[in-house]
Design a binder for this molecule. Structure first.
Ligand code: DAH
Length: 344
């Protein structure tokens, strides 16, 4: 029996040494130390031995069981440590690797140009009129008549303006100037308003013209508003928008709703006034139309033109963005080519 116990011990040691996983060690434990294991069978038989053999075999069985258990625990520890360190290795995160970056969208250059223009005027006390208060589908009255366009004005011609088939006199607005009438109908002076939005014209599309584009309209009505105020505000606008003070030129012009009317040129940003392709050799770039609001317009909305006066202006957003960012084709704004858009 002593020999059998020693054999069991040797066998256990061989198997423990060979074990490669925690699972194998667990099985060895059951096999040698479990209730149904051979060691236990021998121990159960001790009661049948002679009184001399009982303590000897009993002690030896206990000793061997203890030794096997110690070996198993040691091996368990070693395997457990190895498994953990392997796991740590394989699951290691290299925090010096750069993360997977998600691409960010950018603001459309027309949106950021509108935001720039609006915030410059807000800085000078103008308040923003939301698009909803100045509709794109408009009546002839707000787009033309209330703005002092005579009934036979060429701009009202079908070639310039998109009329709808739904109703006579319903059109896509050709200018943001409708916001002047809509705002002045609702509010009384003093007023300082800025109103950006989309406008539509029936034009042949080219690198300089699209039949949908954007304008920003602005106007100020108060007592004693003069042409000097118009000049000061618009000069300050060009200084802030182009980032530096540049010469401006006020040319007389004509709009039905302003008297006097002007067009404002800014010195060419490409050639500093020397003359180049961008400015067709003139050294100047037209950026907006403006003027003192015609008393007839004020009368149309029951504002007393003896007490109040005002100025108004309207600028093309695409044109300003093209000048600021040196873009040579208006269609780029509408093609949605990501290679163009992501530059902004
Ligand atoms: N509405 C004009 C256009 O589309 C631009 C304009 C000129 C607006 C003079 C104004 C203004 O408010 O006073 O050509």
């Amino acid at each position: 029996m002593k020999n059998r116990l020693k054999e069991i011990k040797n066998q256990a040691i061989i198997e423990i040494n060979d074990a490669k996983t925690l699972e194998e060690i667990e099985n060895i434990k059951v096999k040698f130390l479990g209730r149904k294991g051979e060691l236990n069978t021998i121990r159960r038989g001790i009661k049948d031995l002679s009184p001399e053999e009982k303590p000897v075999i009993g002690d030896l069985a206990n000793k061997i069981a203890g030794e096997i258990e110690t070996k198993i625990n040691e091996k368990h520890q070693a395997l457990y440590k190895a498994e953990i360190s392997e796991k740590l290795q394989s699951e290691k995160i290299d925090i010096t690797l750069s993360g997977a970056s998600k691409p960010f969208g950018t603001q459309h250059p027309l949106t950021s140009t509108i935001n720039d223009i609006v915030s410059i005027f807000q800085g000078m006390g103008f308040s923003l009129v939301e698009n909803i208060n100045s509709p794109e589908v408009e009546t002839e009255y707000y787009n033309f008549d209330a703005l002092n366009f005579p009934p036979d004005h060429p701009a009202k011609d079908m070639q310039d303006t998109f009329y709808t088939l739904n109703a006579p006199n319903l059109l896509l607005r050709s200018q943001t100037s409708n916001s002047q009438i809509r705002e002045m109908e609702k509010k009384s002076p003093p007023l300082r308003v800025i109103s950006p939005g989309r406008v539509y014209r029936s034009e042949a599309v080219s690198s300089r013209k699209n039949n949908l584009f954007h304008q920003v309209e602005g106007f100020m009505v108060d007592k004693d508003v003069t042409f000097g105020d118009l000049k000061g505000i618009l000069n300050e606008f060009t200084r802030q928008f182009f980032g530096q003070s540049r010469p401006t030129r006020f040319r007389t012009s004509f709009f039905p709703f302003t008297e006097p009317s002007v067009e404002i040129d800014v010195q060419c940003i490409m050639c500093q006034g020397k003359g180049c392709r961008t400015c067709s050799g003139t050294g100047w770039l037209e950026i907006l139309g403006a003027g003192m609001i015609d008393p007839n317009v004020l009368k149309n909305i029951n504002i007393d033109s003896d007490t109040y006066s005002g100025f108004a202006f309207g600028m093309g957003v695409e044109r300003l963005a093209m000048l600021k960012y040196a873009i040579n084709d208006i269609r780029l704004f509408f093609n949605n080519d990501v290679r163009f858009l992501e530059q902004f």
